[in-house]
Design a protein around this ligand. Structure first.
Ligand SMILES: N[C@@H](CCC(=O)N[C@@H](CS)C(=O)NCC(=O)O)C(=O)O
Length: 307
């Protein structure tokens, strides 16, 4: 089930409605922007959290009635409907080929937080990002851009941090580590990946990660600079990835997705990647939000913008 159940009129649900995780539930109330209502509703559901985490939960009209009855100042099922029907306020502008590592980062952060959002495609080949309407939203005239109500933000790492600050636990999962030093290290990795390793980004463009290779022009062997950058990346990854594998900082964070993206440029183009690092990159690629981004439909490849 996707992370949002839009416009559900609970008052008229006749069959039990199955929610797979509590994350399917919370966005409905989040988007109302009413913290009190969220808290009240969550309290009403406390008894259900356990059953939600161990399996599925039937949501019947009676259950909804009981929950609604538990909400302060909100005694009618109709009030729940009104909350659920509010428009989504979060939108992510991404490139229409779904190949940007930076859009990937913001997309995964939104999904991991269980936030409802729309994706709006921007066609970079047709220079839609240069249009004044887009430039008004994006300081840099680049994707990704996050729009949250009347607020808009460019730069993927700023978006990731904004989401963590604006949509914190317990309602939402973290995308950066809680521990100050681990968070600093995660930001270090993210900043480094966005500012270095240019030869890899140029010679192993992101299209090789997201498109079938028979649709792309064949890639040439790495240049001397490309080989040096690959060796630097792999040496850093060997230091970062724990000896027993798994995420970089104990629990998944968005730096894992960013690092795996850079590594996939080498993995998908047949570079010799040490087994532990390759296993790490592949494990990160199986994460549902990443797999969803990878599986998204793409238009035929048009060679021009290198990502
Ligand atoms: N540092 C930026 C990089 C964003 C970026 O390079 N976006 C590319 C797509 S991957 C873009 O919009 N390119 C169009 C252009 O620069 O004109 C971020 O992390 O968001």
């Amino acid at each position: 089930m996707p992370g949002i159940l839009p416009h559900v009129d609970f008052a008229v649900v006749e069959e039990p409605y199955f929610l797979e995780t509590i994350a399917d539930f919370e966005p409905l109330f989040d988007q109302a922007g009413k913290a009190m209502l969220v808290a009240e509703y969550t309290n009403a559901l406390i008894g259900m959290h356990e059953s939600v985490s161990t399996g599925t939960m039937p949501l019947s009209p009676k259950l909804v009635g009981d929950c609604v009855g538990g909400m302060t100042g909100c005694t009618e099922p109709l009030a729940v409907f009104a909350v659920c029907s509010r428009p989504m306020t979060l939108a992510l502008y991404g490139n229409s080929t779904w190949t940007s590592p930076y859009v990937l980062s913001a997309f995964v952060a939104l999904r991991e937080k269980g936030l409802p959002f729309e994706v709006r495609d921007v066609d970079l080949h047709r220079r839609e990002h240069a249009a004044p309407a887009f430039a008004d939203r994006s300081l840099t005239s680049r994707v990704p851009v996050l729009v949250d109500g009347d607020f808009s933000l460019s730069e993927s790492s700023a978006i990731d941090e904004y989401l963590d600050d604006s949509y914190p636990p317990p309602a939402h999962a973290r995308v950066l580590p809680a521990d100050v030093r681990a968070r600093a290290r995660a930001r270090q990795v993210m900043a480094w990946l966005r500012s270095d390793l240019m030869p890899i980004r140029e010679e192993r463009s992101a299209e090789y990660v997201f498109y079938a290779h028979d649709r792309l022009r064949p890639f040439a062997p790495l240049s001397e600079a490309g080989r040096r950058a690959a060796a630097k990346l792999l040496a850093a990854a060997e230091r970062l990835v724990p000896a027993g594998g798994g995420p970089l900082f104990g629990a998944w964070c968005i730096a894992d997705t960013d690092l795996a993206m850079m590594l996939q440029r080498l993995v998908k183009t047949g570079h010799d990647v040490p087994p532990r690092v390759r296993a790490y990159a592949e494990e990160q690629w199986r994460r549902p939000a990443v797999a969803e981004f990878c599986a998204h439909e793409r238009p035929p490849f048009e060679p021009s913008v290198m990502l």
